[in-house]
Design a protein around this ligand. Structure first.
Ligand code: ADP
Ligand code: ZN
Ligand code: ZN
Length: 735
């Protein structure tokens, strides 16, 4: 007898709660994944049934009765529920919060999961007698009655009635009163995605052909397929063809993309190609839009679901394929709260569903490359390579400018300026990349050495010239830029370059050439990005200056020169992933050049042109870099050859985080090594002192074994009360 319900509730407590079934419900008929209203403390809360059980550890009189069952059909099917519970366990995050994160907000608050569908149909009396009985002058009633009879027994919906062009609501009321029509309300739960294409794509290259064949051959079984194709090689075209096969089987495809900025272009391509409905899930939807997209996914009405990170939890009813585009992108990892990796969960989900997952990138993560060589998994994994650009497009030529020989004037060296001139004269567009917004990273006093600090962070304030402000890029604190040095009264100077300053320099060196800066200061809303893209594509803009925002996914067919203004930031970092990130950025930025008929040129400014990373990239491309980087990781024992977890703590004063982490360290035991506690690389941020303890294990098994016994005990430490702490499993950033 399963008479108790183990229920997840959206709270930070790391446990489930036991209830008895509502008075009017048979516990044997409740299904995991259903929502219920339950009493929780003094309030009512929405809970999700995770399991039914025969026994509870709690005394009988302490177990409260759930109030009411909300769903006839569970909001999570068994497979998705199992994945979510497993992820809560893997990432050591409270299960109630994990389940809530996978639902649109209205559903967390108890709204109906299924859209009710109302339809109207004619009664037998209506079909037999209505036209004879209705006056020939009752045009409205006759028009609506005709629509009803045309619709037949299946009935017609409000949209079809509205198409009669009359006040149909009044008419239908009259017809129902006279017994000629009836109304039914139902939950549309089992729609089929519409198959078929609106347009055909270009003939495939042999590489694309082979990739599509492999993916379609694998449909129906799990496998991780790494689509490793240089930028512009036609990866998206491969997704489109594979999805065509999925839709033809009456199944759905889930496509994950890293950034919202990517979705309009990609969404358009899917819309132009397929007849099916698209559900688009991203963070700037309204609650209502999100719920609609969720419902269309669950009913199966949407054949394709495109979304950012959290779309990995989309409630697919007939899943056939999962695609993770730009799988190397760091935004797949959530950096706060439930710190999951959507890429890794996409693989876990595909495995449970028994469907293939395609990971696409021009710069695959080292994790994905290492997976290909692991013998135990080789049969499951396949490497699909697209080595050439689609059509006639040529790969760009890469070159380094040695900044020690060619001093940069305001960030731009003479060879870079000459190259820009040459490309502008030839009618090309030029893209300059610098991952630092603002005017200058420091306001410095040459007389006394003062540099404007953030009061709440161990960081300097960035000069923003247009707004005449100093801004902290870590905590967003702002102040007016002082005209004189507060410590000696001399005049301080902005030192170094940000995108705003580069824009100013370009205006001086290339007067009259239209330039556009693309960063978070200049482009704040989605509409502004669309407008900027239109100006770029129309050719009105000749010079583009931008941060990461410019490098992701956008196609700029007229860009013939890309200048990477400063490659050196990532060369000497303490973070073992910095070189991977830098190589990916350089190759991704370079990929914006020469995508159409023009051959592209890429120039990288560096003070260290003989650095092995740059040499590898220049001589052997990303593949050569990745092979060398993997060997280094293996020797050093870093991921993907080991697994990490990072315990972070912070407090308003310096000591408590260290005391907590030291106590936590003393509690840890098992097959792991521990590094720390140590201060975070930026110890003070937003007025809080931060420290961390790194756990390293040989693989996920030993790591999970240690975490499962350890994390639940941390809250019991007296030192825990003085800090905020969090655990990050498989962290991407080591601070
Ligand atoms: P990726 O996703 O690898 O960057 P895309 O699929 O966006 O590449 O393709 C880049 C460009 O090449 C697009 O304009 C696309 O329409 C075009 N393209 C893709 N495949 C082919 C092909 N087989 N023949 C001609 N053009 C193609
Ligand atoms: Zn001074
Ligand atoms: Zn700050």
């Amino acid at each position: 007898m399963s008479s108790y319900l183990a229920i997840a509730i959206d709270t930070p407590l790391r446990r489930l709660f036991d209830y008895r079934a509502p008075a009017d419900a048979d516990p044997g008929r409740l299904v995991p994944g259903q929502r219920l209203w339950v009493p929780f403390g003094r309030r009512r809360a929405v809970g999700i049934l995770v399991a039914t059980k025969a026994h509870s550890e709690l005394p009988e009189q302490k177990i409260r009765r759930a109030l009411e069952v909300i769903d006839a059909v569970p909001v999570f099917d068994a497979g998705l529920l199992e994945l979510l519970v497993w992820s809560a366990d893997y990432y050591r995050h409270p299960v109630g919060e994990v389940l809530a994160a996978a639902l649109p907000t209205p559903l967390r608050q108890g709204a109906a999961a299924a859209a009710l569908e109302t339809r109207w149909s004619p009664t037998p009396l209506g079909i037999g007698a209505a036209f004879a009985a209705l006056s020939p002058r009752a045009k409205r009633l006759r028009a609506v009655m005709t629509a009803l009879v045309d619709g037949g027994a299946a009935g017609i919906d409000a949209a079809t009635l509205a198409a009669t062009g009359t006040d149909w609501r009044g008419a239908i009321r009259t017809l129902i009163e006279r017994g000629y029509a009836s109304r039914t309300t139902s939950i549309g739960l089992d729609s089929q995605p519409e198959p078929g294409t609106r347009a055909t794509g270009p003939p495939l290259s042999p590489g694309q052909e082979q990739a599509v064949a492999t993916i379609t051959r694998r449909l129906g079984t799990f496998g991780t397929l790494l689509l490793d194709g240089v930028t512009g090689s036609g990866k998206t075209e491969v997704y489109l063809r594979a999805i065509e096969a999925v839709l033809a089987q009456g199944q759905q495809a889930l496509v994950l993309v890293p950034e919202i900025a990517l979705t309009p272009q990609l969404t358009q391509r899917f819309q132009d190609r397929f007849a099916t409905r698209l559900a688009v899930l991203h963070s700037s939807l309204t609650d209502r839009e999100r719920l609609d997209a969720w419902r269309q996914t669950r009913t199966g009405a949407a054949g394709i679901v495109i979304g950012t990170r959290s779309a990995v939890f989309a409630p697919l009813s007939r899943p056939g394929l999962i695609v993770v585009d730009e799988e190397h992108d760091a935004s797949y990892k959530q950096q706060e709260g439930f710190r999951y990796s959507a890429r890794d969960l996409a693989i876990a989900r595909a495995q449970r569903l028994g469907v293939p997952v395609v990971l696409g990138s021009a710069t695959p993560s080292l994790e994905s490359l290492a997976r290909l060589t692991r013998a135990d998994q080789r049969t499951r994994n396949e490497h699909l390579v697209l080595p050439c650009r689609a059509g006639n497009a040529q790969p760009p030529r890469l070159g380094v400018i040695d900044l020690r020989q060619h001093a940069a004037n305001q960030g731009l060296s003479t060879p870079a300026m000459l190259a820009i001139r040459r490309h502008l004269d030839a009618g090309g567009q030029v893209l300059l990349y610098l991952n630092r917004r603002g005017y200058a990273p420091t306001l410095f006093c040459p007389a006394c050495g003062w540099a404007a600090p953030c009061k709440r962070c161990d960081a300097r304030l960035t000069v923003h010239k247009r707004s005449n402000r100093l801004v902290c890029h870590h905590c967003s604190a702002e102040e007016i830029a002082p005209a004189i040095c507060p410590s000696c009264g001399a005049q301080p100077k902005p030192v170094g370059q940000g995108t705003e300053r580069i824009e100013e320099t370009l205006g001086e060196v290339f007067p009259g050439v239209a330039a556009l800066r693309i960063d978070r200061d200049n482009i704040r809303r989605k509409g502004e990005l669309d407008a900027a893209m239109t100006r770029i594509h129309s050719g009105a803009v000749r010079l583009l200056i931008g941060t990461q925002m410019l490098t992701k996914g956008h196609h700029f067919p007229e860009v013939s020169l890309v200048v990477v203004l400063n490659a050196d930031q990532g060369l000497f970092s303490t973070d073992f992933r910095a070189s991977e990130r830098l190589a990916q950025t350089i190759i991704q930025v370079a990929g914006r050049a020469g995508r159409a008929e023009r051959a592209g040129e890429v120039l990288i400014q560096s003070e260290y042109p003989e650095h092995p990373l740059l040499l590898q990239l220049l001589e052997g491309g990303y593949g050569a870099f990745a092979a060398a980087a993997l060997r280094e990781r293996e020797q050093a024992g870093w991921p993907p050859y080991s697994r990490l977890a990072l315990l972070r703590a912070d407090a308003a004063t310096e000591d408590p985080p260290f005391r907590f982490l030291a106590a936590a360290r003393a509690l840890a035991s098992g097959p792991i090594s521990l590094l720390g506690p140590a201060a975070a690389p930026m110890q003070r941020r937003e007025g809080r002192y931060r420290a961390q303890l790194l756990l390293q294990a040989s693989g996920p098994g030993p790591l999970q074994q240690v975490l499962s016994g350890w994390i639940p005990r941390l809250d019991e430490l007296p030192e825990a009360r003085k800090v905020r702490w969090s655990i990050d499993v498989d962290p991407l950033e080591l601070f």
